[in-house]
Design a protein around this ligand. Structure first.
Ligand code: PMP
Length: 373
């Protein structure tokens, strides 16, 4: 991490090239610059950051600072544990039922799109999955509301933001005494949260927190320690929660180091509230370009359910999709293709996408519509 409390140096941004990939978010240039300067020598300790031994004092310091930054950013209460786990968000699709069923046999899932489907498919290996509500019938043009919840459900799972379908919960379901579990892989740290609403929040790191290989888990303390006895140690929240005193295995050290830099970068830019404001502004610019186009572009998602981080749209004439993608790329706007399961265009506007990226895209869309409409 940048030495002591020193601010990350403001780095020069390569002008005019923006990457809208949904799979991996941009890494802030200041973070890259800082990591580059420490690759060979972490805080002039002589220890290369690329090979920080997890057993040493340097890495312990990195872990402690990274967790402290995250707790401060989100206001995580003391009765929640912060876990740094392997296996991305997909490992959590299994870890959640393994840790939370606690002898129960039933879990409730809200089906809001592609990633809900993946989470449910994995959970069905361990329990009976009750699909409490689904928006499949309307082509995932909204997030489903939670009608009523069976009291024997061990937990209720949502995907806070569906990366593929471009729908997002702007108000979270009330699940009463049943712990609410949220996959926030694509919108963690993009908006403030009342953590106490959740039993578990998890997120793969590669979109808003740095690089792949790490999943952040925030779990309420009373849900730790009752994993199914067959749970692999690497997925057991209680085993992972002991990391402060005892590591189960080698953590993804570089990914954790980088997440720490990203957290610091966020704090220096006004924290999560400032990110939310910027993200709202970015997505509004792109949605406005869609609305202004008089039907040339169509967003399939109902206005109140639109994602602030993954903006999806199609053309009235689908044949224009490839022309659009090629023209966008020639103007420095990369990776705008929609997910293969839905096609069309998807602009991902994660935290590190500068406002200029959204503005440039919106202007390009308006000019393209004028040329081709
Ligand atoms: N959930 C959501 C909402 C995602 O967007 C993704 C990845 N795109 C995943 C889960 C899977 O994440 P990972 O690749 O880290 O397993």
């Amino acid at each position: 991490m940048a030495e002591g409390g020193a601010a990350l140096k403001v780095a020069r941004v390569a002008p005019g090239r923006f990457d809208f990939s949904a799979a991996a978010g941009p890494i802030p240039v200041e973070v890259i610059e800082c990591a580059r300067s420490e690759l060979h020598d972490w805080r002039r300790s002589g220890t290369p950051v690329l090979s920080l031994p997890f057993t040493g004092d340097a890495f312990r310091e990195v872990m402690t600072e990274t967790e402290a930054y995250l707790r401060a950013l989100l206001g995580i209460p003391d009765n929640y544990r912060v876990l740094f786990m392997h296996g991305g968000a997909s490992a959590q699709f299994a870890a959640v039922p393994l840790n939370l069923l606690r002898g129960g046999r039933r879990a409730c899932y809200l089906d809001s799109g592609y990633w809900s489907g993946k989470a449910m498919a994995e959970a069905r290996r361990y329990c009976s999955v009750e699909v409490a509500a689904s928006s499949a019938d309307t082509g995932y043009d909204r997030v489903p509301e939670l009608p009523s919840l069976r009291s024997d459900a061990a937990y209720c799972h949502i995907v806070a933001n569906e990366t593929v379908n471009g729908v997002q919960y702007h108000a979270f379901p009330e699940s009463g005494d049943v712990p609410l579990v949220a996959d926030m892989t694509s919108d963690f740290l993009t908006r403030p949260l009342d953590i106490t609403r959740f039993g578990v929040i998890y997120a793969g790191a590669q979109k808003n927190l740095g690089i792949a290989g790490l999943a952040m888990v925030v779990v309420r303390e009373d849900l730790v320690g009752s994993a199914d006895p067959a749970t692999p140690g690497i997925l057991d929240y209680a085993v992972q929660a002991r990391h402060a005193s005892h590591y189960y295995n080698t953590p993804p050290t570089f990914a954790i180091y980088l997440a720490g830099l990203v957290f610091k970068w966020l704090a220096e830019r006004g924290g999560i509230a400032a990110m939310e404001q910027a993200n709202r502004g970015k997505s509004e610019r792109v949605y406005a370009a869609i609305e202004r186009s008089g039907g040339f572009y169509r967003c399939p998602v109902q206005a109140a359910h639109r994602s602030q981080v993954n903006v999806c749209f199609h053309f009235a004439d689908d044949a224009l999709t490839q022309t659009f993608l090629a023209a966008a790329q020639s103007e420095g706007l990369f990776n705008l293709a929609g997910h293969p399961s839905v096609g069309g265009v998807r602009a991902s506007l994660y935290n590190a996408m500068p406002e200029a990226g959204a503005e440039t895209l919106a202007q390009f869309m308006t000019a393209f519509a004028r040329r081709n409409g």
